[in-house]
Design a protein around this ligand. Structure first.
Ligand code: TXA
Ligand code: MG
Length: 318
């Protein structure tokens, strides 16, 4: 059931979490499917609802730096600088895990991802539950992440007793993940906190978003994927008229020639990539629920948030 995230609804959701239940809630990145991160049985429900493989570790959400220190060890040095600069916000830090976090949360890894989200409803829920909240994106494993409460209800509705509606997500792409597993910062997943921003704060940052042996399924070649086949193009000139019939065009901004496509998703009037990011996943869902046989997606420059958008599009096209 979807409920507006009123103080009463947040209190009910917190009570559900404390009893070992699962709740879907808004964050500034995407909607999450949450459970008490210290309750292994509750966390197991998340894996069941999402049909998520047990090798895929969850991110633990907190409302304060003090609670983060109950989840991870070694939040100091460069990791602390990142936290102080970007929390609350779309950044996940991977650090050695605290003993209070059961192995099911981390898929047996000695490290855990922790994030202090920017959305006030998410923080209010965690504070009311008085627990760290483990939460993956609230979608079936491998599919496009939800950026509205309705997206969650469409796919997981029957399995989730309560979906808190906090409006459409302001960022629209999953958080940037930076790992300190070996002490040095490594980018595991691109997001709204850009590589350029991380480098300007820390100096050098290893990029492991396409590591051959992924430690994050967000690194899997195929992930975040719609059912409709998606093909990346440099411009619509790459698509002959005969191939446009029945196909959709997905573009961040205006294109010179969109003649002959069955459907066009132009994410913004002017190509502003920050805005395009907020609209990408909703557009992919619309394309999937239509009758187009194929999606042609126009590439964008891989700098700033363009890197995160292209990361999702490349995995969607794999
Ligand atoms: O923006 C977000 O991060 C959203 C919202 C709900 O906060 N959550 C999210 O969770 O995207 P999920 O489960 O869809 O993606 C979590 C990613 C996975 O690829 C997982 O493998 C990686 O984080 N991850 C979690 N813990 C890790 C660890 N200890 N080491 C490496 N990767 C980890
Ligand atoms: Mg996910």
């Amino acid at each position: 059931m979807i409920r507006d995230a009123t103080p009463e609804a947040i209190a009910d959701a917190a009570a559900l979490l404390r009893r070992g239940g699962v709740v879907a809630f808004p964050t500034e990145t995407v909607y999450g499917l949450g459970a008490d991160a210290t309750n292994a049985a509750a966390v197991a429900t998340i894996f069941a609802v999402k049909a998520r493989p047990a090798f895929d570790p969850l991110i633990v959400h907190v409302d304060t730096l003090a609670r983060a220190r109950t989840v991870v060890r070694g939040l100091e040095g460069e990791a602390l600088r990142l936290a102080e600069r970007y929390w609350p916000g779309p950044l996940t830090l991977v650090l050695p895990k605290h003993a209070s976090i059961p192995d099911i949360v981390t898929a047996g890894l000695p490290t855990v991802g922790v994030r202090l989200p920017g959305h006030a409803v998410a923080r209010g829920l965690i504070a009311a539950a008085d627990r760290p909240v483990a939460a993956p994106s609230a979608n079936p494993f491998g599919y496009v992440s939800p950026t509205t409460a309705a997206h969650v209800a469409d796919q997981l509705g029957d399995a989730v007793p309560l979906i808190l509606d906090g409006g459409p997500c302001a960022v629209g792409l999953e958080s940037t993940i930076v790992s300190f597993a070996d002490g040095q910062p490594a980018l595991l997943r691109s997001g709204a906190i850009t590589l350029e921003a991380l480098q300007s704060l820390l100096g050098s940052v290893r990029v492991e978003t396409d590591a051959p042996l992924p430690s994050a399924p967000g690194q899997l070649p195929r992930h975040y994927a719609p059912r409709t086949p998606l093909v990346l193009i440099d411009s619509t000139a790459d698509v002959p008229m005969t191939a446009r019939h029945g196909a959709a065009l997905l573009t961040p901004g205006p294109v010179a020639d969109a003649v002959g496509f069955r459907h066009v998703e132009q994410l913004t009037p002017d190509g502003d990539l920050l805005v395009a990011a907020t609209r990408l996943f909703a557009a992919l869902r619309r394309l999937d629920s239509g009758d187009c046989t194929r999606v042609y997606a126009v590439r964008m420059p891989e700098a700033g948030i363009g890197r995160a958008i292209m990361d999702r599009l490349r995995r969607a096209s794999a």
